[in-house]
Design a protein around this ligand. Structure first.
Ligand code: LLP
Length: 413
């Protein structure tokens, strides 16, 4: 593919140069139609049995995006009191929120209990804590699926090398604690990790949790977790996650279980990245071109504070170059490293990439930044966080989060 921006008509009738001038750079730009289409795809993963897709909002908590999820009929999972608050603010009723925290305090658990939000406890110690705070209550437990998958060791959440979940050998202890505090275990959940392009590890984990589910009586729901990948190498024609093939493979596994269990509890999945990643790009301005020890660098204003994934995980994001409002064709490529404006040598967006020639004042457009982009932004080097705009279905552009200012940063002192 020569250009994702052009082939998806990402900016619709808007000129990216004009957006950059009007709203400034760095700028997160979202496309409403793409966001909605991915949300719809996850909502349809299971059709034969009761099912909800929980959008995992840690990927992106912009309230305007949460409202799209609400409209598309998704439920959501929250990781913190902050995320629960964002969801309530954007109109989600408590029944559509699932709290999946890790290592939280009495205060945080009490917040969810008071708001009557279904909570999953991910260790025996947290289950006891919940029991003490809410004897006779209903809750879920997070099982460690025993297998993990993901794009980096840092995002694998299943198996022996992670802090998450309750191991299968401790399940009897769950029943002991539940009895002691008269807790009803209404559901079980798991999450194997983030970003896999083949359905196999997830399907294996589904089979595994369904086998474990048979040890629990009267489950109301079983949540298989998220992790579906997206093609970050789309300019090299990487294939998307095969969601139809996945759906077809999943259904007979569920049917098998339903026959054994006697009824179908509510099945859930918990995708974050898949819903939002491809619906956003970041526009950044190139401020410097330089040559260091024979290596060419383009220095732009998208630092690791704006997009941390490349420096944190070595993640790949495709880059397009825009000059005078038009995408520069990829006919003639040469090697260049695209870096940000942060005082760290690891502040690298794209290392030794084959890209069209980049000149000062060009825009670089970083693709697939909707997931774990803004939500992982920081103010490192005292750089205010960027603005976010949404290209709506009708082509109009809405500012969905204003740029932070230095005055905003000063208000904390
Ligand atoms: N459910 C649970 C319990 C999770 O921990 C996560 C992600 C998800 C669902 C959603 O996973 P997804 O469908 O988005 O893969 N910052 C990393 C990803 C960290 C994922 C953390 N947990 C990145 O930028 O790749």
């Amino acid at each position: 593919m020569d250009s994702y921006i052009n082939s998806s008509s990402f900016f619709k009738n808007n000129n990216p140069e004009e957006l950059a001038e009007k709203y400034g750079t760095p700028l997160y730009v979202y496309n409403e139609e793409i966001l909605r289409s991915r949300m719809r795809a996850v909502a349809g993963v299971i059709t034969k049995y009761p099912y909800t897709a929980n959008y995992s909002i840690k990927a992106n908590t912009n309230i305007h995006i949460l409202k799209l999820a609400l409209e598309e009929g998704l439920n959501c999972d929250a990781m913190s009191v902050g995320e629960i608050t964002m969801l309530l603010k954007s109109g989600f009723p408590k029944e559509r929120i699932f709290f999946v925290p890790n290592n939280v305090s009495d205060e945080e658990l009490s917040f969810a209990i008071e708001k009557e939000i279904m909570t999953s406890l991910d260790s025996l110690s947290q289950l006891e804590r919940f029991g003490r705070l809410n004897p006779g209550g209903r809750c879920a437990v997070r099982i460690n699926p025993g297998v993990g998958a993901g794009h980096s060791e840092k995002v694998v959440t299943g198996g022996k090398k992670t802090k998450f979940g309750i191991a299968e050998e401790d399940i009897d202890k769950i029943f002991g604690i539940a009895e002691e505090y008269s807790l009803k275990i209404a559901g079980i959940n798991q999450h194997i990790g983030s970003l896999f392009m083949s359905p196999e590890p997830y399907l294996e984990a589904v089979k595994n949790i369904l086998r474990i589910a048979e040890r629990f009586e009267g489950l109301e729901f079983i949540d298989f977790g998220g992790g579906y990948g997206i093609p970050y190498h789309k300019l090299d024609d990487e294939a998307p996650y095969p969601i139809d093939e996945f759906r077809e493979a999943l259904e007979p596994i569920l049917t098998d279980f339903v026959e054994r269990y006697g009824y179908a509890p509510l099945f859930k999945s918990e995708p974050g990245r898949y819903c939002v990643a491809e619906g956003s790009v970041i526009l950044g301005r190139v401020n410097a071109i330089k040559q260091n020890a024979g290596k060419k660098y383009a220095g732009c204003d998208i630092g690791m504070n704006v997009l941390v994934r490349p420096s944190m995980y070595g993640s790949w994001h495709d880059v397009e170059v825009i000059r005078n409002g038009k995408v520069v064709s990829r006919d003639d490529l040469s090697e260049i490293t695209v870096v940000g404006n942060i005082c760290e040598s690891g502040d690298i967006l794209a290392k030794e990439r084959m890209l069209p020639e980049i000149k000062e004042e060009d825009l670089v457009c970083i693709l697939d930044t909707g997931a774990y982009g803004y939500s992982m932004c920081s103010t490192y080097n005292s750089r205010p966080r960027p603005a976010e705009v949404m290209v709506k279905k009708d082509g109009s552009v809405e500012l969905i989060r204003r740029r932070e200012t230095i005055e905003d940063l000063m208000t904390l002192f």
